[in-house]
Design a protein around this ligand. Structure first.
Ligand code: NAP
Length: 534
């Protein structure tokens, strides 16, 4: 396609999920820019469009799983349960897009394959797989931190005659009733899909590699009185959320676990278990579960005790019981461990007996057993954060590829910009705050819009300096090294993908501190940026 055939716009937003829609709203409706969002799916919603597997639900409480900036939207919102299931989040995002007049500015089925910077014109050229092409001064990557599916290689999988799904590409129509279903993976997704499917399918075989600590979700209907109170107090709620660490809308504990008696600790954990919520259990009970090994072990051993109480068969209980630190993204569930008491649910520990290959009728493990399946579900997670970008050919100044920039470790300044990639901004770029997603992406989308307003006014290109990016990356690594989280393998540190660097992908210093740092950067006139003329 020649340059003349490229459609000139002010800004391209890549993605139309939670982050992309807010970014599009900010750029179009608040800055008055000619902005378009390019969305790979054939509907808007991002994560909530793709991850429509049975049991999919946000485990952030509903009153804080939304945009905070628009009071009218908050007041109109029909809050009915403590947590929102996938169809409800998707409906919320669709209604947001309609109310803000965004729908006609989202191009669907638009998979972006190339994003190239032209040094001479300081314009980005953005191309989709099907040949749509734009030039834009600004690009906002809103690809989601968890959007590139991780699909394990199983020798002979092409021979398998059953249906195969990854949870993040769930079919619009399916019928699993009475079928023999296998699920690989027991992370947040696996725990949800396994619990939801157990009563629906014929036989369910769970292929578990690493057992998980999970606590009850505690979902429930919300009373009218509770909802009225939330809506009347949103000002204070958001103030608290935006100055907290994980941004989940509960009081985070600062009490060291070992400062109280063993009896008191048990009571606190028991109360939290009854209350429900994974982040609440980890951050609302005591303040040092993520940093002090003794505190961590206290929480872990409480959950192990619960597993022993819930799971009837001792051998199944043993396999389901984690022995490592309680230091992954905290999970919660609607009866996960009890699911394994059902006669139709079978647990295969693939650490003991790895999957060796696939046959026409199922998966074979190293003990020679053939696990017969009609359907295989991969709940195997994502090539997180930079994985979302690395599927696109992104080239910045001097034709430098983003994938090369991130080869030894993912780097990004404040999670929102990358050195060598002028006027390209990222929502959930490397080293964004690890907190409840809507507040994080709201801080970022807001900040990016203001940065673009500033750049447009000054006719400047905004690009972080190498030094600023390096020092942010170093800070994020130092903070995470001061916690227990890197000691356990997970997608947060890239351990789930072979060959990926295993450094921090998040700022673990807390949402409040993160917001202040971003605000300070803008207030100081973007000192971490080179502001060349456009
Ligand atoms: P995940 O946490 O990375 O879990 C993937 C699972 O697949 C793990 O159990 C992993 O085992 C297993 N696995 C991967 N490759 C495997 C292989 N080759 N053989 C056997 N097992 C394999 O991914 P996820 O569950 O999709 O969750 C990712 C993130 O999405 C969550 O941490 C969360 O932030 C978000 N999420 C949130 C919710 C919510 O409630 N709001 C729901 C779903 C997802 P290992 O542990 O041994 O690697």
């Amino acid at each position: 396609m020649s340059e003349n055939e490229k459609k000139p716009v002010d800004a391209v937003v890549i993605g139309a999920g939670f982050s992309g829609l807010l970014s599009l709203h900010k750029l179009r409706n608040e800055l008055g820019l000619d902005a378009v969002a390019l969305e790979k799916g054939d509907g808007i919603g991002g994560t909530w469009f793709w991850n429509r597997y049975p049991g999919a639900l946000s485990d952030s409480e509903s009153f804080v799983y939304c945009y905070s900036f628009d009071d009218e939207l908050l007041q109109d919102w029909d809050l009915s349960t403590r947590y929102l299931a996938q169809p409800e989040v998707l409906a919320y995002l669709r209604s947001f897009a309609e109310r803000k007049g965004l729908v006609e500015h989202v191009e669907l089925n638009a998979t972006v394959v190339r994003v190239h910077f032209d040094d001479a014109t300081a314009l980005w050229s953005v191309e989709t797989e099907d040949g749509r092409s734009y030039t834009a001064r600004y690009v906002v990557g809103a690809l989601g931190p968890l959007s590139a599916a991780n699909i394990p290689t199983i020798p002979g999988i092409e021979k398998f005659r059953g249906e195969v799904y990854h949870t993040s590409n769930w079919p619009a129509e399916y019928d699993l009733r009475g079928k023999r279903v296998g699920v690989i993976g027991t992370g947040s997704t696996g725990v949800q899909v396994i619990t939801a499917l157990a009563g629906e399918v014929g036989e369910l075989t769970v292929f578990q590699r690493t057992p998980q600590y999970s606590v009850p979700l505690g979902n429930r209907e919300l009373s009218d009185e509770y909802v009225r109170e939330v809506k009347a107090n949103y000002g204070k709620i958001w103030e608290d959320v935006y100055s907290s660490s994980v941004g989940m809308g509960f009081d985070e504990s600062t009490v060291p676990a070992m400062s109280v008696s063993a009896e008191e600790r048990r009571e606190v954990f028991e109360k939290a278990w009854q209350h429900g919520g994974g982040f609440y259990f980890m951050f609302g009970t005591f303040g040092d579960i993520g940093v002090d090994p003794e505190a961590n072990e206290a929480a872990a051993s409480f959950i192990r005790g619960k597993i022993a109480e819930i799971v009837e068969d001792p051998e199944t209980a043993r396999k389901l019981t984690p022995t490592d630190l309680y230091a992954r993204r905290p999970l919660c569930d609607s009866g996960y461990y009890a699911t394994f008491n059902r006669p139709n649910v079978h647990l295969v520990d693939v650490r003991d007996t790895p999957i060796v290959d696939a046959a026409a009728r199922g998966l074979r493990t190293s003990d020679g057993a053939l696990h017969e399946l009609d359907v295989l579900i991969y709940a195997t997670g994502f090539d997180a954060v930079e994985g979302s970008y690395n599927r696109i050919d992104v080239r910045g100044r001097g034709g430098h590829a983003l994938v090369d920039h991130w080869r030894d470790m993912p780097r990004g300044y404040l999670g929102v910009a990358v050195a060598g990639f002028p006027n390209l901004f990222t929502v959930f770029g490397p080293n964004s705050s690890f907190s409840n997603n809507p507040p994080v992406l709201s801080i970022q989308a807001e900040w990016i819009a203001e940065a673009i307003r500033h750049a447009a006014k000054e006719e400047a290109v905004l690009e972080p300096t190498v030094e600023a990016e390096e020092s942010w990356t170093t800070l994020c690594n130092e903070i995470s090294d001061g916690t227990l989280f890197p000691e356990v393998e997970s997608w947060i540190f890239g351990n789930n993908i072979e060959g990926k660097s295993t450094r921090s992908r998040f700022y673990l210093g807390g949402l409040g501190a993160y917001r202040d740092i971003l605000a300070n950067e803008a207030a100081q006139g973007y000192q971490g940026f080179v502001a060349g003329r456009s």
